[in-house]
Ligand binder design. Structure first.
Ligand SMILES: Nc1ncnc2c1ncn2[C@@H]1O[C@H](COP(=O)(O)OP(=O)(O)OP(=O)(O)O)[C@@H](O)[C@H]1O
Length: 485
């Protein structure tokens, strides 16, 4: 499967056989460590990582089978081949049951031994990839399309295409909710690591001790609650990408450990002396200005330069012309609609929580809406209020029209079609409402807040009514025009 040298541990008490095997495998380019006893082997496994181990079955002291058991108990990850001079079906079955991946009988040709070691190493890699994939699948979110064609987002997309294939660390900066994680994923997908693990951690979401154990893993018993050995995200992401969100929150005490793994790929699990090597591309994100954190002594300068090889600033949503509209249409799919007033309110809002807030507002509105059309009534107060204050109603909102304003006479409202007038025989409720609302609006000199108060309705409701009246009068005007032509 691969021609890479194997990191091999050979445990064999017979001196001549051990030396011959070791020399032969070394000549083939593999990295071999040969020892004569199980006890020595266990000690070594605590210090070093081996891909494959070959255990002789019959050794004085600890037998190959016992050694296999101890290795399994200690959860040492490597593929084990058992080698014996007296091969029986029973011993082969028990070795496999104990977790050996292969079984060879002596005498065996050295070429065969190498071949079996290669198969074992490939099997180990498949197992590792499988573990990584499982971990990644459970942590990963489905791919999210990057919505937004504003000029600033086009620049971001161009940068992603340039940055992606370099495999260099990337620092993403931008306010919360601007899409840093989505961008990180896009960068990974445009890199040659696209099929490798993409693992994420949010430093702000975890207490300090947990951040360390999540990133670097731990050994059993290294702290209260560490009931088993656990690989860290660096190991899980090995060969792929690790997205470290909110890196500005990474405790100062952990920063040297991160710097080290970034510099030469070396790290240790908490509680372990064993040095591990990983090869991980880092994409880090922050909504803080890290240079200020460096100045204030909250972030190490050397780490800052290490992660800031390539940096990308994500603009806030309020600076992305046209993107709110595009996001609304992406997330509100048929049968959902949004009316013009609500649409204007969303487009004009400043979105301090950026895309995340917009998505939340739309989801909330879909829950609150009485029909499939989202109206101002379905939007949160802060959006309505900022809409009221900062922008006039959409151009189509009718200005108060005193000429239309009816007044009460004989208990009837003037200007309203009645059964005795020449207008249609049926009095539409909408027309009555319209006449009344316009009346009050005129009396209040066009002040909508006071009008709403007098009518006993929320201002949002008034806006909706005015919108509807105007839409109806447009429709009426059009139908008159059509009849006349
Ligand atoms: N351009 C975009 N297109 C589509 N969805 C987006 C876009 N940007 C962000 N989102 C969505 O907005 C939400 C927030 O995005 P994300 O988590 O990537 O933001 P963030 O900047 O990492 O936030 P934080 O700093 O709080 O971690 C997610 O649901 C994401 O899917």
């Amino acid at each position: 499967m691969t021609e890479k040298p194997i990191k091999l541990l050979l445990v064999e008490d017979e001196h001549d056989f051990r030396e011959t095997c070791a020399r032969w495998m070394q000549r083939k380019g593999h990295h071999v460590t040969a020892v004569a006893s199980g006890a020595e082997a266990l000690g070594l496994c605590e210090q070093e990582v081996f891909e494959v181990a070959v255990f002789d079955m019959n050794m004085p002291g600890m037998s190959g089978m016992e050694l296999l058991q101890r290795v399994q108990q200690a959860k040492i990850e490597m593929e084990v081949i058992i080698l014996t001079g007296q091969g029986t079906i029973e011993s082969a079955v028990s070795a496999m049951k104990l977790g050996a991946c292969d079984y060879l009988t002596k005498p065996c040709a050295l070429g065969d031994l190498e071949h079996h070691c290669q198969l074992a190493r490939d099997l180990g890699q498949l197992r590792k990839e499988n573990r990584q994939l499982k971990a990644v699948i459970s942590r990963d979110r489905p791919r999210i399309p990057l919505i937004g064609k504003s000029p600033v987002m086009r620049d971001v997309t161009r940068m992603i295409e340039k940055i992606g294939p370099t495999d260099k660390p990337v620092l993403l900066q931008g306010e919360s909710g601007t899409g840093k994680e989505v961008i990180a994923r896009s960068i990974q997908l445009s890199s040659r690591l696209r099929d490798k693990p993409f693992v994420t951690i949010n430093c702000a979401a975890l207490p300090e001790q947990l951040v360390e154990s999540e990133l670097f893993g731990h050994t059993k018993g290294s702290f209260t609650g560490a009931t088993a050995d656990k690989p860290g995200l660096f190991e899980i992401a090995d060969g792929g990408t690790l997205f470290i969100d909110e890196i500005g929150e990474l405790p100062l005490s952990l920063q040297p450990k991160l710097l080290r793994v970034l510099e030469d790929g070396s790290m240790r699990r908490i509680g372990s002396h064993k040095e591990l090597r990983v090869n991980v591309r880092i994409i880090a994100a922050t909504n803080r200005d890290l240079s200020i954190e460096v100045r204030d002594g909250q972030f190490r300068e050397d780490l800052f330069y290490r992660i800031n090889v390539l940096s990308l600033h994500l603009p806030p949503l309020r600076d992305r012309d046209g993107d709110v509209d595009e996001l609304i249409h992406h997330y509100l799919t048929p049968p959902w609609h949004i009316d013009d007033a609500a649409h204007h309110a969303l487009v004009q809002y400043q979105w301090p929580g950026n895309v995340r807030q917009l998505i939340n507002v739309l989801q909330r509105a879909m829950i609150l809406a009485d029909s499939n059309t989202i109206t101002l009534d379905d939007l949160p107060d802060e959006i309505i209020h900022s809409f009221d204050g900062s922008a006039p109603l959409p151009a189509r909102t009718p200005s108060p029209q005193p000429a239309l304003a009816p007044h009460h006479a004989n208990g009837q409202m003037r200007g309203i079609p009645t059964a005795s007038s020449e207008a249609p025989a049926t009095v539409k409720l909408d027309d009555i409402a319209r006449a009344h609302v316009m009346d009050v609006l005129a009396q209040e000199n066009g002040n909508k807040a006071r009008t709403a108060r007098r009518l006993g309705i929320h201002r949002r409701k008034l806006y909706r009514l005015l919108e509807r009246f105007e839409a109806n009068s447009h429709a009426e005007a059009n139908s008159h025009a059509e009849t006349e032509s």
